[in-house]
Design a protein around this ligand. Structure first.
Ligand SMILES: N[C@@H](CCC[C@H](N)C(=O)O)C(=O)O
Length: 258
C-alpha cells in the first residue's frame, strides 16, 4: 500500500501534507506518523498535517508533531495548509478553516500567507520569562548571544523541568531593534530546535509588547529559517486580530510505501 504526500515548508519549518478528504489515512497510527516524519527512515518533517472536509468552513486542519502525537495549533503549518488548499484549488485567495484551536481566516498571495491566529487574553509575566498560549503553549525568555546559545540543551531542560508531562515549546529571544527580534525555538513533539515556529514567534511578539520591550504592533521576527511578521491590536491588555505572515512553499510531492 502506498501514500501520496506533498511536502511544504514555511521559513524552514517543514511538513508532510496529506489530502485526507476521502478519510483514508489511519489517524490513530502514531507509529506511522512518526516513521513518515523520520528524516532517515521516512520522508522527514517537523510535523504531518491532514487536510480534511469540514461542514462549515473550507477545510479542517489536523496536526501531528514529528513524534507521531496529535498536537495543538501549528502557525507555520497553518500557513502551509492554506498554500496547499490553494494548490488543490479548494480555495482561492482567501479562506476560513477549522483547526484544533478554532476557526482561522487567512489569505494567500504570491507565495505568502497571512493567517489570523487565536486571540490572546492571558500573558503571564515572571521575573525572567513570560508564558502564554497562542494556540500552543510557549515559554519566552530573553538571552544574550542568541547565535551561540545552546537551544537544544537549555530548551530540553525547561520543557521537561518546568512544564511537566504536557510540556511547552521554549523560545529564546534577543532584540535586534525597536520592532525586530531574533528568535530560536525548541519545539515540543519534535524535541529539538526547529528552524522556525509560527505560534512561537507570535508568542514572542506578544510577550515583547506585553513586557514593554516594544511598543509597536507590527513586529518582525528573524528565525534561523527566515523572517516572519506578527501584527495585532490591543484591548485592555488583551491581544486581538493577531496575524502571522510569511512565505509558505511547496517543495515536492511523492509516493511512499506504508
Ligand atoms: N511548529 C509549530 C508549533 C507546532 C506545535 C508544537 N510543536 C506543540 O506541540 O506545541 C508552529 O509553527 O506553530
Amino acid at each position: 500500500m502506498h501514500l501520496i504526500f506533498h511536502k511544504y515548508q514555511g521559513t524552514g519549518n517543514d511538513f508532510i501534507m496529506i489530502d485526507n478528504r476521502q478519510g483514508e489515512f489511519p489517524k490513530n497510527d502514531t507509529k506511522l506518523v512518526a516513521r513518515l516524519c523520520d528524516r532517515k527512515f521516512g520522508i522527514g518533517a517537523d510535523g504531518l498535517i491532514l487536510l480534511e472536509n469540514d461542514d462549515s468552513t473550507d477545510f479542517r486542519m489536523v496536526y501531528y508533531n514529528a513524534d507521531g502525537g496529535e498536537s495543538t495549533m501549528c502557525g507555520n503549518g497553518g500557513r502551509c495548509i492554506v498554500a496547499f488548499a490553494n494548490f488543490l484549488e479548494i480555495i482561492g485567495e482567501s479562506t476560513s478553516f477549522i483547526a484544533i484551536d478554532g476557526m482561522h481566516k487567512a489569505s494567500v498571495t504570491d507565495g505568502r500567507v497571512r493567517l489570523q491566529m487565536t486571540d490572546v487574553d492571558t500573558v503571564t509575566v515572571f521575573e525572567n520569562y513570560t508564558f502564554l498560549n497562542t494556540g500552543s503553549p510557549h515559554h519566552v525568555q530573553e538571552v544574550n548571544a542568541l547565535d551561540n546559545f545552546d537551544v537544544r540543551t537549555q530548551g530540553e531542560k525547561l520543557r521537561y523541568g518546568k512544564y511537566g508531562k504536557a510540556g511547552s515549546n521554549i523560545n529564546f529571544v534577543s532584540p535586534v531593534s525597536k520592532d525586530e527580534f531574533k528568535v530560536r525555538t525548541y519545539e515540543r513533539g519534535v524535541e529539538d530546535e526547529t528552524l522556525s515556529c509560527g505560534t512561537g514567534v507570535t508568542a514572542v511578539a506578544i510577550a515583547m509588547h506585553s513586557t514593554g520591550k516594544t511598543s509597536g504592533n507590527s513586529i518582525k521576527l528573524q528565525t534561523p529559517g527566515g523572517v516572519l511578521t506578527v501584527s495585532f491590536e490591543t484591548e485592555d491588555g488583551k491581544y486581538r486580530n493577531v496575524h502571522l505572515e510569511g512565505p509558505a512553499t511547496r517543495v515536492f510531492e511523492g509516493k511512499i510505501d506504508i
